[in-house]
Design a protein around this ligand. Structure first.
Ligand SMILES: Nc1ncnc2c1ncn2[C@@H]1O[C@H](COP(=O)(O)OP(=O)(O)OP(=O)(O)O)[C@@H](O)[C@H]1O
Ligand SMILES: [Mg+2]
Length: 256
C-alpha cells in the first residue's frame, strides 16, 4: 500500500487550471521525484499535499485513510513535513532553536516548567550527526550557514517530529557541487530510515541518481510515471518537454 496517495487532484487559480486531475503516490522507504517544466504544477501539487492550498477536487490518503490538512502546520504535526522552495527557517535564530521551533523540550523543577537546553542541544547534535551535517556550533544563527547546511537543519527539524513523509522542493537549487552531494546524501539517509521522500528537482542527473520512481507533470497533468532503474535522461526529458506522451488523458477533453 502506498504511504501516501493523491487521486484526481484539481486546483484552479481563477481561470488558470494549475492541476488538472493529477494522480500521485509514494511508498514507504521510497524516493519519488517530481519533475516538470516551470509552471508545470509541481509546487502547487505539494502545497496541496502540505495543506497550504485546498484542492478543488480529489482525495488525499495516508496509509489508506483520507486526510484533509488545513495548514502546513497541521500536515507537519501529522507527519507530513514540507521543506518549501522558499526555505522556512528563521535566520536570526540558532540552529537548535530552529530544530525545536514549536516543539521545545521542557522539564519541571519544583512544578515550574523550564526549557531543557541541554536536552535540546544533545538531541540537535544527535539529529545532525545522523545526517552527517557538520555545523560550527549549535548556537550559530541559521543565517550564517551555507545553503546545504540549512537544508540539513530543515531536515533535522522534520526528523525531530518523526515525520514519515518528507517533501523537498528544489533543495539543491543554487547550491555548490559539494553541497548538492550532501543534500542528495540526506535524501538517501531518509530512505534508509524508511521515510517516504518526495523530491522536486530540475536536475535530471540528481533525480536519476537518488530516486526510485519519477512522476512527470506537464501543464497540470501527469504525463509520465517512470521507474528510475529502467529509464534514461533522454526519456525523462522527452516526458518533460512533451515529446513523449505515455499516459492516458493527455489530450484535452472536448469541452461540453
Ligand atoms: N497562488 C497562485 N495564484 C495564481 N496562479 C498560481 C498560483 N500558484 C501557482 N499558480 C500558477 O499555477 C501554475 C503552476 O505553478 P507552480 O508554481 O505549481 O509550477 P512549478 O511546476 O512549481 O514551477 P517551477 O518549476 O517554476 O517552480 C502556473 O501557471 C502558475 O502561474
Ligand atoms: Mg515550483
Amino acid at each position: 500500500m502506498p504511504k501516501l496517495s493523491m487521486r484526481g487532484i484539481v486546483k484552479r487559480f481563477g481561470g488558470v487550471v494549475a492541476l488538472d486531475g493529477v494522480d500521485f503516490d509514494v511508498r514507504p522507504g521510497e524516493v519519488m521525484a517530481l519533475v516538470g517544466d516551470n509552471g508545470a504544477g509541481k509546487s502547487t501539487l505539494i502545497k496541496t499535499l502540505a495543506g497550504a492550498h485546498m484542492p478543488d477536487e480529489g482525495v488525499i490518503e495516508i496509509d489508506g485513510a483520507p486526510v484533509r490538512f488545513t495548514s502546513p502546520q497541521d500536515a507537519w504535526t501529522r507527519g507530513v513535513a514540507t521543506i518549501f522552495q522558499e526555505l522556512a527557517l528563521a535566520g536570526k535564530m540558532t540552529i537548535a532553536d530552529n530544530i525545536f521551533l514549536g516543539r521545545e523540550i521542557t522539564r519541571r523543577i519544583a512544578g515550574v516548567e523550564f526549557l531543557d537546553r541541554r536536552a535540546m542541544r544533545d538531541r540537535a547534535h544527535a539529529l545532525l550527526n545522523e545526517l552527517d551535517v557538520v555545523v560550527p556550533d549549535i548556537h550559530t544563527w541559521v543565517e550564517h550557514l551555507s545553503g546545504g547546511q540549512r537544508q540539513g537543519v530543515a531536515i533535522a527539524r522534520a526528523l525531530n517530529i518523526d515525520a514519515e513523509v518528507i517533501i523537498m522542493d528544489e533543495p539543491t537549487a543554487a547550491l555548490a557541487v559539494a553541497e548538492v552531494r550532501k543534500v542528495l546524501n540526506f535524501v538517501r539517509t531518509l530512505r534508509e530510515q524508511g521515510k517516504s521522500v518526495i523530491l522536486i528537482s530540475h536536475n535530471v542527473g540528481d533525480v536519476l541518481e537518488v530516486s526510485d520512481r519519477i512522476t512527470v507533470l506537464r501543464r497540470g497533468r501527469r504525463t509520465g510515471l517512470l521507474e528510475t532503474a529502467r529509464t534514461t535522461p533522454e526519456e525523462v526529458v522527452a516526458h518533460i518537454t512533451g515529446a513523449v506522451v505515455s499516459e492516458e488523458r493527455v489530450e484535452p477533453a472536448p469541452s461540453p
